[in-house]
Design a binder for this molecule. Sequence first.
Ligand code: HPA
Length: 295
Amino acid sequence: MFSMSEYVSGDSYEECRATADWLLSSTQVRPTVGIVCGSGLGGLAEMLKDPQVFKYSDIPNFPRSTVHGHAGQLVFGTLKGKPCVCMQGRFHLYEGYPIQKITLPMRVFKLMGVETMILTNAAGGLNQDYKVGDVMIIKDHINMPGFAGINPLAGPNDDRFGVRFPCMSDAYDRELRQLALDVASNLGYNDFLREGVYCVLGGPSFETIAECRMLHSLGADAVGMSTVHEVIVARHAGMRCFALSLISNRSVMDYDSQEKANHEEVLETGRLRAEQLEKLVSTMVARMEHNNNTY
Ligand code: HPA
């Protein structure tokens, strides 16, 4: 059995507190909203007014982002008058980080006062009705690595963050999903807005045809390599979560198809839809109420 101090996970309360305190003493911004930019969606961070930027490599305890399309910096500022922090680039299992390091920023944000997380990603469309460029509101997830015990909350539980066995049936906030539908409708985005189930895999290899067929038959509408771990840790800590997938490619489900998933296509789709995605997120933030949850 590990004691809390012997078990060095990289996301202990003390480490997160130290990182949060370092950031709080380095910026005047007191964020209540956290945003994570997915592949090709870093432009979201450029919407922040009076930005203050910290490279991950300069932040104590922070991992570094190694993926092309991810800038690797935290941006503080205001969005429609609301104080925000934005991750321009996130961390993934396939980069080789311990899973607790991938999700460390969620705990740091919580300790800085963040109440609501908005997460974005690029994903493959398993649902055959989905088109490239569609935006899917995530209503639920399938944590495939979790089935094998790869869960960011594995290990001793620190009650200062949350409970040992957190509920996940309400992981994606119902009110925020409704707000997204309302805002999208007002903006005339109904043609490309969807709501569905996101499945996370470890990557970095894309899925085989048999894997795509299996995931679809299990109830997944989109597949990717991120977001779910962050949501689990954010929910554990009592933050509201809202997440969007930009469908950057259609998953190959057919042995006669010549299509192949590739990272350039993922980035290109981000560029095409970026402006509308930014508008959707910023309008949501403008209309968002404070978190009423009591934990
Ligand atoms: N599979 C997994 N991750 C992804 C994909 C995909 O097809 N597209 C973008 N990220």
